[in-house]
Design a protein around this ligand. Structure first.
Ligand SMILES: *Cc1c(COP(=O)(O)O)cnc(C)c1O
Length: 405
């Protein structure tokens, strides 16, 4: 539990896959009377956030960065509606709930969408995706390939690099939903040749909810220019281009009001990632390494507690969250046991497995705070014991500590 220390009620420790805990500096940055959208401090923070967004995404100078008020889903809508139109074909690598959402969004842009399925907890193979793209190509080509970097419903992470390469090889645009990954998992937009990467402010970037972030490379920007009809005004990149340019250049501008306090928090959250250092690494590489250490240590504790994960192979396990099966005799009542003890985790989300598992988010700021991760282990061990699955709390904590040291 986070101690307020001033007689204020303590808030629970929020270990869900977004929104997540943010640093005290992020809370301070946003806890100000709402600035106007043309306030000098807001303009400066916005320009900084755009620059740091490109750094965190590892984008080239010829890519365009957009930060708009909205949630991660809005970034998904923006991606699809600027590259797809009716008659286009799209392919979605299906790793769970959010891939399904991406498919529905693409369909609503008029595209004919094919989902390449996998059993829940697995990811479709590169071969299956390539086979489909190559087959369809003989009948008229696929315009875009969509994939979820980390699917929050299953805890499955796929490897974007070969997918981006495959897409290039077949002259297909690649779009990656990084909402539960960006800032926590390795992604190199420029080196991999990915065309669009997107996220929301409240996940691994460790900022408040309210901002959608998207970076589009030159091939994606060209696809927007070739659409027969423009996308909805708010989603249209060309509506925002002059605004983002102005913020980059520290000038006031207006198209639609940004979430001003959220932008202040987001700018601070991004700064903390860009200026992070860990072991001999800097910036987002340091932050990604922290996620690796944190998730490895937590998984050692999960193993001691006898908890099994939804991803079917260890290389599919995300570093940003764990999707854990309830042990025999335990059900969703566990969540209430944990809540009483000051820890909030999330229930299942994948429709086929919903009642069989729960999810612990371990992304963003908490990866810099091992004591918060350790607290999660301790409380989870207590909650499981109270729910009837006896675990050795001390052994679980010891396993965790070995992993972080
Ligand atoms: C959370 C999430 C979304 C949706 O983001 P919202 O901010 O809730 O709209 C999309 N994709 C993934 C992978 C997510 O984790």
């Amino acid at each position: 539990m986070l101690q307020a220390g001033n007689g204020m009620p303590t808030t629970p420790l929020l270990m869900i896959p977004g929104p997540v805990e943010v640093s005290p500096a992020v809370t301070r940055a946003m806890s100000v009377p709402p600035p106007g959208h043309q306030a000098p401090g807001l303009i400066e923070a916005f320009g900084q956030a755009l620059q740091d967004c490109r750094t965190v995404f590892k984008a080239d100078a010829d890519a365009a960065a957009y930060i708009v008020a909205g949630s991660g889903t809005l970034a998904m809508e923006m991606a699809a509606s600027n590259i797809l139109q009716s008659g286009d074909r799209a392919v979605v690598a299906n790793t769970g709930y959010f891939s399904g959402r991406m498919a529905e969004i693409a369909r609503r842009c008029g595209a004919e969408v094919t989902l390449i399925d996998a059993t829940p907890g697995d990811a479709p193979s590169l071969e299956a995706i390539e086979r489909h793209i190559a087959t369809v190509s003989t009948r008229g080509s696929v315009k875009a390939l969509f994939a979820t970097h980390v699917d929050t419903s299953t805890g499955v992470r796929l490897d974007p690099e070969p997918l981006a390469a495959l897409a290039r090889q077949h002259d297909v645009l690649s779009v990656f939903d990084g909402v539960c990954a960006t800032g926590g998992e390795h992604f190199d937009m420029a080196a991999w040749g990915a065309d669009i990467y997107l996220t929301g402010s409240q996940k691994a970037l460790s900022a408040p909810a309210g901002a959608a972030l998207l970076v589009a490379g030159p091939r994606a920007l060209k696809a927007r220019q070739s659409l027969r009809q423009p996308p909805p005004l708010y989603l249209d990149w060309t509506s925002w281009d002059p605004i983002m340019k102005a913020y980059h250049e520290n000038r006031p501008s207006y198209f639609a009001t940004p979430a001003t306090n959220c932008v202040l928090g987001l700018a601070q959250g991004l700064r903390e990632i860009v200026s992070d250092t860990y072991e001999d690494l800097n910036g987002v590489d340091a932050r990604v390494a922290r996620h690796h250490t944190a998730s490895t240590a937590l998984r050692q504790a999960w193993a001691v507690m006898g908890l099994e994960e939804i991803p079917v192979r260890s290389e599919l396990r995300a570093t940003t969250l764990s999707a854990l099966r309830y042990p025999a005799g335990v059900d969703a009542g566990l969540l209430a046991q944990l809540r009483q003890r000051g820890l909030v985790v999330a229930g299942g989300l994948h429709p086929a497995l919903k009642t069989q598992y729960f999810r612990v988010g371990h992304m963003g700021y908490v990866t810099t705070q091992p004591h918060l991760l350790e607290q999660t282990v301790t409380v989870l061990a207590e909650g499981l014991t109270a729910a009837g699955h006896r675990v050795d709390s001390k052994a679980a904590v010891d396993a965790f500590r070995q992993g972080v040291n």
